[in-house]
Design a protein around this ligand. Structure first.
Ligand code: OXD
Ligand code: MN
Length: 583
């Protein structure tokens, strides 16, 4: 395979001249190609074949133990001027960044195959779909891109018809963390990634293209690229309300996207459109419509079970690539929180006989990579070229205190403030301390490809363009009591909160007004069948000025670092809330 697109041809030739691979393989995305690459990886030990009777088409990959998560401190946005990247990004001057990376790429693919991977983000035939080409020396990346994107000959055809594409160059190098960089050049629609084989650093269609580069393009073109799941909630009358929800990594987006309603919600159905990324466009009808640019799930395994996410477990029954989970002696994948007892004779994620003294058997950020089409609740509208109309946007985080179970913003401007003032406890999805509260506006701290101040201004600009924008909500499933126990059951029971959100979107759903927004009125949450102490519910919905005053002070200080980029409307919101909390 080759291409009639001269720019692509020249780029591939120049990369080959720099990296000096032994072979060049253009990926066509066929089943046969996938099976050939998988067989070769089984042969060389990159993949371990799992029990094919119980897990047909499933494999385990063990990554280098120093390469198990995103590396935010090594991720850069290289714009021609530093303020464009903003205080929310590491910045390097583009020429210096290219020189640094090109020195690392020189000869890096000697003895290896260079895979040219054309891919499309977004449904075929969608006006919102965008193309990219990833050049990589990792067969694991090539096969994962086939699961996560629309990859191969059809994507190449799209590039040949539409000309533009994002250029992503990836080499695993020698996996030395000292020589690891994930660089973005939004003005050049280019990504350069070196020294990591981990999904978020190496599958360039996902975080690098569909969030960092796309958020930049979205600002220029008037749309939004967001770290959001998309789900449809179909009521017993057959009416479906679509919501998009932003939560930081490893805070339950995949579980919420595949939620199984409690038995009391007979007749309700949940439809999964996406679990990680949403591209939102204002349509001529004035509503925001969302497409999921991805075609697969790259989800966190630990904690996933038939109790927490039965739809996900059903999705994972076949044709799944697991990374860094543990292995039972029956050749089955295993992780902390999966159904059943821990089997004897377990091999941990590093390939050692499991010993509790070595930590968890599965890495806390171990993952599955699987086609979205395998999900039993995958929406029949997930591939609609126009996407699905969004009625509610939900922001959230992992907060043991402060944030109530749910509240609704007063209006769009206030909702943008709610999103911009989000915070969450850090998780194992990124290298660094776990459990530390950090501000994570719109769950985009690691993913916004430009200055957050300008990003919020872009969000605010939508209110002048439409009166039919979604309502905005904030949720927190993670409140803890004085003994450190979760106060809300979460998982399927989150349907109770989603139902109130749907009610609000339909002009129903009783609310009371608090300084931070509208909260469910007493009895407005449908808690039928749930054993929960009414005092706990009251506490979950309480707004305690004692907690909120320091919170809002912290938000104000956080905004200060954006200096003149911070929109005045957000500063006004800080003032208003501080004042309201005093009275
Ligand atoms: C992810 C992440 O992999 O957010 O989706 O880290
Ligand atoms: Mn994510």
């Amino acid at each position: 395979m080759t291409t009639s697109n001269r720019e692509l041809q020249n780029w591939v030739a120049s990369v080959a001249a720099l990296t000096k691979p032994d072979r060049i393989h253009w990926c066509d995305g066929s089943e046969q190609e996938y099976q050939t690459l998988v067989a070769a990886m089984v042969q060389d030990g990159t993949l371990i074949k799992l029990n094919q009777d119980t897990h047909p088409g499933c494999y385990l990959h063990r990554s280098n133990p120093t390469d198990v998560a995103r590396v935010e401190h090594l991720t850069f946005v290289c714009t021609s001027d530093k303020p464009s990247a903003g205080p929310n990004n590491n910045w390097m001057e583009p020429a210096a960044a290219h020189a640094k990376l090109d020195a690392l790429y020189a000869g890096a693919m000697q003895g290896r195959t260079m895979y040219v991977v054309p891919y499309l983000m977004g449904p075929y035939g969608s006006p919102y779909a965008r193309a990219g080409v990833e050049i990589t020396d990792s067969a694991y990346v090539a096969v994962s891109m086939r699961i996560m994107t629309r990859m191969g000959a059809k994507a190449l055809q799209h590039i040949e018809q539409n000309a533009t594409f994002v250029k992503g160059l990836h080499s695993i190098g020698d996996l030395n963390p000292e020589r690891r960089f994930i660089m973005h050049f939004p003005e050049e629609l280019t990504i350069k990634s070196f020294g990591s084989g981990y999904g978020g650093n190496a599958l360039l269609g996902k975080k690098c293209h569909a969030l960092r580069i796309a958020s930049w393009q979205a600002r220029e073109e008037g749309w939004l690229a967001e770290h959001m799941l998309i789900l449809g909630l179909e009521d017993p009358h057959g009416q479906t309300t679509y919501v998009a929800a932003a939560f930081p990594s490893a805070c339950g987006k995949t579980n919420l996207a595949m939620l199984l309603p409690p038995t009391e919600f007979a007749g309700w159905k949940v439809w999964t459109v996406g679990d990680d990324i949403a591209w939102l466009h204002l349509a001529p009808d004035g509503r925001l419509w969302a497409v999921n640019p991805e075609a697969g799930f790259f989800g966190v395994a630990p904690g996933t079970s038939t109790k927490t996410n039965a739809n996900c477990m059903a999705t994972l029954g076949r044709d799944t690539i697991y990374t860094n989970v543990a292995l039972s002696d029956a050749g089955e994948p295993w992780w902390e929180g999966i159904d059943g007892e821990q089997p004897a004779g377990l091999t941990d994620w590093q390939g050692r006989p499991y010993q509790p003294g070595n930590g968890a058997a599965a890495h806390p950020n171990s993952r599955f990579t699987v086609a979205a089409a395998q999900c039993p609740t995958y929406s029949p509208h997930a591939n609609d070229p126009q996407g699905v109309p969004i009625s509610a946007i939900i922001f959230g985080g992992r907060r043991a205190t402060v944030a109530p179970l749910v509240y609704e913003a007063f209006d769009w401007e206030h909702g943008v403030f709610v999103g911009a003032s989000c915070a969450s406890e850090t998780t194992a999805a990124a290298t660094g301390e776990v459990g530390k509260v950090r501000r994570d506006p719109m769950a985009m701290t690691p993913f916004c490809g430009y200055n957050f101040g300008e990003y919020w201004a872009h969000w605010l600009s939508f209110s002048a363009k439409s009166e039919k924008l979604p309502r905005i909500f904030h949720v927190n499933w993670f409140r803890k009591d004085g003994n450190g126990r979760f106060m809300w059951p979460g998982y399927g029971d989150n349907m109770r909160v989603l139902k109130w959100i749907v009610d609000r979107c339909q002009g129903k759903g009783q609310a009371v007004t608090a300084p931070i927004g509208y909260l469910p009125a007493a009895d407005a949450l449908d808690l039928r069948g749930l054993t929960i102490d009414p005092a706990t519910v009251r506490e979950l919905l309480a707004v305690d000025a004692k907690h909120w005053q320091p919170e809002i002070e912290h938000v104000g200080q956080y905004f200060d670092q954006y200096v003149e980029a911070i929109p005045a409307a957000l500063r006004d919101q800080v003032q208003r809330l501080a004042q309201a909390l005093k009275s």
